[in-house]
Design a protein around this ligand. Sequence first.
Ligand code: ADP
Ligand code: MG
Ligand code: MG
Ligand code: MG
Ligand code: MG
Ligand code: MG
Length: 656
Amino acid sequence: MGLLALGTPLEWEDAKHHADEVRKLGIQQLLEIWKNYRGNERDVLLWGDELEYLVVSYDEEKKHALLSLRQAEILEELANDEKLRKAGGGVPEISKPEDVCGPMPTFHPEYGRFQIESTPGAPFNLTWKDLLSVEKDMKRRRVIAKQHMAKNEAVITLPNFPLLGAKDVFTHPPVVADGSRSRSQFLSDVVINPHIRFPTLSANIRSRRGKKVAINMPIFYDEKTPRPFRDPTIDYDRHLFPEDDDVRNGAAQEGHIYMDAMGFGMGCCCLQITLQAKNIVEARMLYDQLCPLGPIMLALTAATPIFKGFLADVDVRWNVISQAVDDRTDEEKGLKPLKNNRFVIPKSRYDSVSAYISQDPRFRPEYNDTDLVIDKDIKKTLMDDGMDENLAAHFAHLFIRDPLVIFQETLDESPEGKADHFENLQSTNWQHMRFKPPPPGGNIGWRVEFRSMEIQLTDNENAAFAIFIVLLTRAILSYGLNFYIPISKVDENMATAHRRGAVLTEKFWFRKNLFPPRKPTNGGTPAPSRPASPGPVEREYCLMTIDEIMNGSKTNEFVGLIPLIENYLDTVNVDVVTRCELAGYLSLVSKRASGELQTGAAWIREFVRAHPDYRGDSVVSQSINYDLIKALDRLGNGDGVLDEQLCGRLLGGSRA
Ligand code: ADP
Ligand code: MG
Ligand code: MG
Ligand code: MG
Ligand code: MG
Ligand code: MG
């Protein structure tokens, strides 16, 4: 991560004067990395996941499920665990021999003081053995985490805690929302990871923006929800901070659940996959090819139907995070003429990708069909040093943003051989794909990160989606698949992915023919990778359901990604046992797409609406939350013996 350097962070009023300096140093560091590593060849195909957890704490007397704020203590316990500390790891005591998989996992802090992230102890490779160890590795991480937690605590894998920011008590210990960093009405600063970087990040986003972040998610109108819905939890009479005026000035929209702090977004949990490519060319190709899959996988992994104690009319977290870290000023949003800022910027720092980056001959300029806002001087600096236009534009786009947290000490140090200033901008551009250059000085190669997926309720699902992405990249490479559609269509798909039930009811733009043009059969010269006259771009894609995209469509003569992957598996040497296990994972993904199985979002919404305490008014009460979290705890941390009623529609027969 490399983010947790200690030091003296600058408040925004100081930091903003150093923005140009940091960008300059960051570009210098990027060029050094690019020059040193652009020639890398034959890096191994490695990959790894990141799982983010919520730590819950039960009050069994009151029947409350709360967020535990003991992240630091739990991480410290984990850090002091001898077995975990030893490089390469050992065999954890909890393992039966058949459970033993690779090195001991690692645990990391996250934004929320109630969150923990886990990654495998070392990246996985592409052997079948490694692929089949993924779910075991994920399950082992939970067990190890649990060993370092209190008896009444558990990790659950749910994107958003249903009562986060609700009027009811939702943390243990209870805390009051009166902090000066977020200035939120709903979230105390105490729920932020206390490492100085995180409160500073929250405060500087607010200061830069000139008001609090404003997050509005549509309410799910149930039978008895008041119409129009006006978020009843908002205090319009608070006069603690100047930002309390935000709600009096219309920050909260009618018909919406209103949230006002970074923690509502960065307190959400994702499932991320990082893949190392053999060289920079392949990494750029995978970045582009996986990009159109982002919204599809967001809708397919939907697991976030509740915010701040209310059922929402969306199923996913993405836009909440997007709005929660949106540091754009009114000038940058185009609401006022540019005076103090440099650009009008159409998107938040956390948003879908705005441009493809590969030099792939299959790329057509028409695919980058939105006006990419770039820093022209930075693009020129990069190109003057030999970087090609596409890649230079990518970084010149990321660098339109300001660095949000600057540690005074880092400005006085030599920037050489490091990536801290580069990472300052890179890692606060949270797009749905991330192109990760090698960290200087190591032997890690060019990687791409797939970032849109929601964390799943069980590791069976987490493994299934991780393995799906990994196998899909193998099919992409093996068949030369082409997923390009105009990037504006990816943006549209991202919005579509938010609609309640999108996975079954919406259609998404997708490329019709994924295959390269046929090669001549006479063994002669290969066909040009792009036909001489490719025709209008609009003919290349159409609207399809996720079922059609995943499972194929006769009407569109579309093969479907699952059949494609199965086909790929047929062509490689897989033993029967492996093939069966992989088929189980692919079946889960396939059935989610067809509707035979429910998304986590659909399952949770149904659970709430069927709960005896639910009044049909969209409100998720303390008692409903308790039963829900208990059920998720049993699902995620159970021993696999789960009653059909609890998980039949979620996991079907595919669970291990
Ligand atoms: P970040 O938070 O910056 O996205 P993390 O370090 O938390 O990154 O996680 C990155 C993931 O990448 C982990 O699963 C890790 O195992 C995996 N990983 C580490 N090194 C490599 C590598 N060389 N190639 C591919 N994946 C890697
Ligand atoms: Mg990270
Ligand atoms: Mg991480
Ligand atoms: Mg993380
Ligand atoms: Mg997070
Ligand atoms: Mg990550």
